[in-house]
Design a protein around this ligand. Structure first.
Ligand SMILES: *[C@@H]1O[C@H](CO)[C@@H](O)[C@H](O)[C@H]1NC(C)=O
Ligand SMILES: *[C@@H]1O[C@H](CO)[C@@H](O)[C@H](O)[C@H]1NC(C)=O
Ligand SMILES: *[C@@H]1O[C@H](CO)[C@@H](O)[C@H](O)[C@H]1NC(C)=O
Ligand SMILES: *[C@@H]1O[C@H](CO)[C@@H](O)[C@H](O)[C@H]1NC(C)=O
Length: 620
C-alpha cells in the first residue's frame, strides 16, 4: 500500500469521526442474554447445525450402534477430563468398511461457547466447540467419519476421553449434556434407494422433524441414510486433505500431553513449544502427522491483533497483541518439517453471536485437522531410538490447544525397511510487515510466504519408492483502524498448495495428489456508544469461506463453502442485549461420486430458506 493511499484512507476516517466509545470495539466473544427481548419466543429447544456433506457411510446400512459415552459437563475448567473404557462392540467385530462418530450435545441457560475434544487412547479423534445455549435450550449433533482411526477402534480396553472446558457461575449456569455414539459398518450393503433427488424444506417443517429425530437417533440415522442413499457421495470428507488415508494406518501414536486437563498441549507463547518423545517400529513404510489446533483467549481472533507497538504507544491494556500472523510449526528433533496457517474458525460467541444461530460458522462444530506427510523423513525415525516431535505456534500468545496423531503404515512383509532423505529444502519464512498509525487509527499490513520441499526413498518389501512432498502457502493480512479506533476492518487471505508425488526406483510416477486450499476472511466491526450507560452499539460484517480442490491422479473433487453475515448488536460488558443479524451460506461439494449443494439463509435465529440438491448442474 502506497503512502498516498494510506493518507487518503486515514483522512477519510478523520473526516468521518464519530462518537467515542467506552470500548475500543475490538472483535470479541460475547454471550447472548435476554432472548425474550430479541423477540424470540421459542418454547422448545432449538437445533443448531453446521453445513457439511453426507458422510461416505450414509449410503450404507449400519451394522451396530455403540453408545460409548454420556456425561454432563458442569464446571470443568482445570479439572481432569472424563474417561470411560472402550472396547469394540462384540456384535460387530472388525474389520469394518467404515466407522462414523456421532456426538450429541444439548444445553440450557446462558453460557459462552466452549471448546471440547474427544480422544481414544490419547489420540484425538474430534475437535469441536459448542453452540451458546439460552433459556429455551439448544441441541445439535456433530458427525464425523473416523474410519482412519480404525487401528485404535479395533483395540480393547482403551480409554475414551472427552474434555469440554466449561465455567459455571451464577450468571452462566449452562451445563452441557454430551453423548457419543460410534456407528460401525461391516459390509458395503447399500440402502434401498428412495426418491429424494432434490429437497427444499421450509424451516418450520425441518424443525418439527428434527425434534422427533433427536429422541430416536437410530431412526434418524436410518432416515438420513435412506435420503442420501441414491446420491453418489464423495469418497471422504474433503477436509481430510490429501489422499493420505486411502487405507487406515496400521498404528497411531498420539503426540499429546499426559492428559491432566485433556490430552491437548496448552501453548501460551512462541517459546512454549511442546514435544512428545516417540519411538516407531523399524518396519514403518509411510508416516503422516495429523495436527489438531484451536485458538483461544488473547489469540481467539489472532487475525485481527494489532502489533505491540500500537498497544504500547496508545497505553492500551489489551493482551490481544503480536500482530496478526500465526503459524503452527511441526518439528522432528528440532528440525522444521512443516507448518500451517490455520483456518480461522469463529466460535459461536465470536464477533457477533447473533450471526451463528442456528447455523454455526464454518468448522465450529468440526474443526479441521491438518496433515503432514513425514515419509521423506523416515530415515531419522527408523533407528529404533526415541525422537522428539515438537508442536509450536509462531508469534502465539495465550492460548492455543494443539496436539497431533502420528499415523504409521507398516511393511507386513519385512521386519525392517530402509529409508533415506535425499532432498530437503525448508527456507526461512519470508514475512513483510508494514504498519503506520497515529493515536488509535492506523493500517497494518503483513505478507508472508513459505515453500518447502522434501524427498526421500523408502525401500520396503513392496519395492523402493521415492516420496516427494511440496508445501507452499501465501498469507496476506490487512487491518485498518479508523474513527478513533472504533472502526476495524480485517482482510485476510491464505492460499495453500500441498503436493505428494510417489515415484518408482526407475523414476516412473506412481501417484500424484495435489490439494489447493484458499480461505479468505473479511470482517468489519464498527462501534458507537449507545444510549444506555456503558452499553454500546456495534455494527458487524463477516464474510469467510473455504475453497478446496483435490486432484488425485485423474480424478478431482472440490468444496466451496462460504458464509456472509451482517448485523448489529447492543452490547453491555460481554452481553448482547439486543440486535439483528442475517447469515447466508452456500455449501457445494463435487467429487467423483457426485454433487451436494445446500444453501441457507438465517435471520434472527431462524432459518428463512434452506435448500439441498444433489444435482451437479447448479454448481459453478
Ligand atoms: C479517542 O478515543 C480515546 C480513547 O477511547 C478518547 O480518550 C479520545 O477522547 C477520543 N478522541 C476523540 C477525538 O474522540
Ligand atoms: C501514554 O502514557 C504516557 C505516560 O503516562 C503519556 O506520556 C502518553 O501521552 C500516553 N499516550 C497516549 C496516546 O495516551
Ligand atoms: C532406492 O532408489 C533410489 C533412487 O530412486 C536410489 O538412489 C537408492 O539407492 C535406492 N535404495 C536402495 C536401497 O536400493
Ligand atoms: C455491512 O454489509 C452491509 C451489506 O453488505 C453493508 O450495507 C454495510 O455497509 C456493511 N457495514 C459496514 C460497517 O461496512
Amino acid at each position: 500500500m502506497s503512502l498516498a493511499i494510506l493518507l487518503i484512507t486515514l483522512s477519510l476516517f478523520t473526516f468521518s469521526l464519530s462518537l467515542s466509545s467506552p470500548s475500543p470495539g475490538i472483535p470479541d466473544r460475547f454471550t447472548k442474554s435476554l432472548p425474550q427481548s430479541l423477540g424470540r419466543h421459542n418454547s422448545s429447544p432449538q437445533e443448531y447445525i453446521e453445513l457439511a456433506h453426507p458422510l461416505p457411510s450414509d449410503r450404507l446400512i449400519p451394522s451396530c450402534f455403540h453408545r460409548v459415552f454420556k456425561h454432563t459437563f458442569g464446571d470443568t475448567i482445570g479439572r481432569p477430563p472424563i474417561s470411560v473404557p472402550y472396547s469394540p462392540p462384540s456384535e460387530c467385530p472388525p474389520p469394518w468398511s467404515h466407522v462414523a462418530l456421532q456426538l450429541q450435545v444439548s444445553s440450557k441457560g446462558d453460557q459462552y461457547d466452549r471448546i471440547a475434544a474427544v480422544w481414544l487412547g490419547g489420540a484425538e479423534i474430534l475437535r469441536t466447540s459448542t453452540a451458546e445455549p439460552n433459556a429455551d435450550g439448544v441441541f445439535w449433533k456433530v458427525r464425523n467419519d473416523v474410519t482412519r482411526y480404525s487401528s485404535l477402534l479395533r483395540q480393547s480396553n482403551l480409554k475414551l476421553t472427552v474434555m469440554l472446558e466449561n465455567v459455571v457461575t451464577r450468571d452462566l449456569p449452562g451445563v452441557y449434556d454430551v453423548s457419543l455414539t460410534l456407528i460401525y459398518y461391516t459390509g458395503n450393503s447399500v440402502r434401498v434407494p428412495s426418491h429424494h433427488h432434490e429437497s427444499s424444506r421450509k424451516s418450520g417443517l425441518l424443525e418439527e422433524s428434527r425434534a422427533v429425530d433427536f429422541v430416536n437417533e437410530e431412526s434418524q440415522l436410518g432416515l438420513e441414510s435412506e435420503k442420501f442413499s441414491d446420491s453418489p457421495l464423495n469418497r471422504k470428507r474433503l477436509s481430510d486433505s490429501l489422499n493420505f488415508y486411502e487405507t487406515p494406518a496400521d498404528l497411531i501414536i498420539p503426540v499429546s500431553s499426559v492428559g491432566d486437563e485433556g490430552f491437548w498441549f496448552r501453548i501460551e507463547s512462541t517459546s512454549g513449544v511442546k514435544s512428545k518423545r516417540i519411538q516407531i517400529p523399524p518396519n514403518t513404510r509411510k508416516a503422516v502427522l495429523e495436527v489438531y489446533v484451536s485458538f483461544h483467549g488473547n489469540d481467539e481472533f489472532w487475525y485481527s491483533n494489532p502489533p505491540d507497538s500500537y498497544i504500547i504507544t496508545n497505553n492500551l491494556t489489551t493482551g490481544r497483541a503480536h500482530g496478526a500472523y500465526r503459524e503452527v510449526l511441526v518439528t522432528i528433533d528440532g528440525r522444521f518439517i512443516g507448518s500451517v496457517v490455520p483456518f480461522p474458525v469463529i466460535f459461536t460467541g465470536g464477533i457477533n453471536p447473533l450471526f451463528w444461530e442456528p447455523v454455526v460458522a464454518i468448522g465450529a462444530f468440526n474443526l479441521p485437522s491438518y496433515d503432514f506427510d513425514l515419509t521423506p523423513f523416515l530415515t531419522f525415525l527408523l533407528d529404533r531410538k526415541v525422537h522428539s516431535i515438537g508442536l509450536g505456534v509462531a508469534d502465539g500468545i495465550s492460548f492455543w490447544l494443539v496436539d497431533a496423531n502420528l499415523h504409521l503404515w507398516l511393511d507386513h512383509g519385512s521386519s525392517t525397511v530402509e529409508a533415506k532423505t535425499v532432498y530437503s529444502l525448508a527456507p526461512k519464512l519470508s514475512v513483510r510487515r508494514k504498519s503506520r498509525f497515529e493515536l488509535l487509527d492506523g493500517l497494518f499490513n503483513i505478507k508472508a510466504k513459505r515453500k518447502s520441499q522434501f524427498s526421500g526413498w523408502v525401500k520396503s518389501s513392496a519395492g523402493n519408492f521415492t516420496t516427494h512432498v511440496l508445501n507452499r502457502f501465501k498469507y496476506k493480512n490487512l487491518i485498518i483502524f479508523g474513527q478513533n479506533g472504533t472502526y476495524k476492518s480485517v482482510k485476510q487471505t491464505v492460499k495453500t498448495t500441498s503436493e505428494v508425488r510417489i515415484e518408482s526406483e526407475m523414476g516412473i510416477l506412481i501417484s500424484r495428489t495435489r490439494m489447493k486450499r484458499n480461505y479468505p476472511l473479511r470482517m468489519i466491526t464498527s462501534t458507537v456508544s449507545g444510549s444506555q450507560t456503558d452499553a454500546y452499539l456495534m455494527v458487524t460484517n463477516v464474510s469467510h469461506s473455504l475453497r478446496e480442490r483435490l486432484i488425485f491422479g485423474d480424478t478431482s473433487s472440490s468444496l466451496h463453502n462460504s458464509q456472509d453475515s451482517r448485523g448489529w448488536m447492543l452490547v453491555k460488558d460481554h452481553n448482547v442485549l439486543s440486535g439483528s443479524a442475517t447469515t447466508d451460506q452456500s455449501y457445494s461439494s463435487k467429487g467423483e461420486f457426485g454433487c451436494y449443494t445446500r444453501t441457507i439463509s438465517a435471520t434472527d435465529g431462524r432459518l428463512i430458506t434452506d435448500s439441498t440438491t444433489f444435482s451437479c448442474e447448479s454448481l459453478i
